[in-house]
Design a protein around this ligand. Sequence first.
Ligand SMILES: [Zn+2]
Length: 103
Amino acid sequence: MPECRNCGQRWTWRQTMRRSLGSMNDGVTCLHCEGTQYVTRKSRIKGALCLGAIIIPIPIVRNMFPDLPDWTFVSLMAALMVLFISLYPYLISFSNENEPLIK
Ligand SMILES: [Zn+2]
């Protein structure tokens, strides 16, 4: 779980989910010290790679098993997305500065 670089308080899973999803680039306000925290570049890359690792194999698996009905893949994708979202707070860490994705 991420820790605020300003006050050192560790965020809970719930706080991380509520505050950081969808505002990764704009920064998030710490509940403890009101300081702005940014998701580190490394964490964003990690998140993107994990998302890619979930999404990319799906069409490959679909080609391997063409007889399986579509709902199987939709369900698989939904389950993997839920898994990704629930693991997301474990992947991220905070920084006091907004690090650009590309240097
Ligand atoms: Zn803080």
